[in-house]
Design a protein around this ligand. Structure first.
Ligand code: FMN
Length: 189
């Protein structure tokens, strides 16, 4: 498979993570070799087994796993040209903005030099808070792409802004990205 058809999907602890398997399914169907990286909280909202079955590879979740002695954040950073974070929580966007690296996905984002796409998903009040807006502006300045959020029905049942862009839209937009070859790309150990 051509190396440019590779993608890392980062999943964070939003209720919208139940849609992550749909994203994986669409990406794999579109010919993308897909690896999933979960924050510790993401597992409360989607299952590693589902993501493994659909991506044909076990998701990477636990930075302390000794099988990852090769420093997974660095090897994954060189493996794919696209890091898609969907859904992205307010908490995770704050970590991105602050440059924190206290879990594998956060470390990966710091080490990553390809295209980073962030698909926020949260309650409208969390999205509209000045802290979140400031964090979003900061990561835009880093060059990260923001897709969404959209307005619509939220998990709370209210109508408002904060809905993650649909899995179908995300997959279509990934398919239409023009990706240039990165200088450093390598195989996973
Ligand atoms: C039922 C439930 C649903 C949640 N949904 C969201 C959400 O959609 N967006 C969000 O930003 N946080 C949401 N949270 C809060 C996050 O799970 C929490 O901030 C967590 O620390 C995020 O961790 P992570 O960013 O490392 O994955 C939710 C919490 C609960 C209990």
């Amino acid at each position: 498979m051509p190396r440019l058809r590779r993608i890392v999907l980062g999943v964070t602890g939003s209720i919208a993570a139940y849609k992550a398997p749909e994203i994986v399914r669409g990406l794999v169907k579109a010919g993308f070799e897909t690896r999933c990286v979960l924050t510790p909280r993401a597992k409360d909202f989607t299952t590693p087994l589902t993501l493994a079955a659909l991506s044909h590879y076990p998701p990477i979740e636990n930075e302390s796993d000794p099988r990852l002695w090769e420093m997974a954040h660095l090897s994954l950073a060189d493996w794919a040209p696209i890091l898609l974070i969907a859904p992205a929580t307010a908490n995770f966007i704050a970590k991105l903005a602050a440059g924190l690296s206290d879990n594998l996905l956060a470390s990966l984002a710091l080490a990553f030099r390809g295209k980073i796409i962030v698909c926020p998903a949260m309650d409208g009040r969390m999205w509209e808070h000045p802290a979140t807006q400031r964090n979003v502006e900061t990561i835009r300045q880093f060059g990260y792409e923001l897709w969404g959020p959209e307005s619509g029905e939220l998990a709370s049942g209210k109508i408002g802004i904060g809905r993650m862009v649909s899995p179908q839209t995300i997959v279509e937009r990934v398919k239409n990205l023009s990706i240039s070859k990165k200088t450093r790309m390598r195989e996973l150990p």
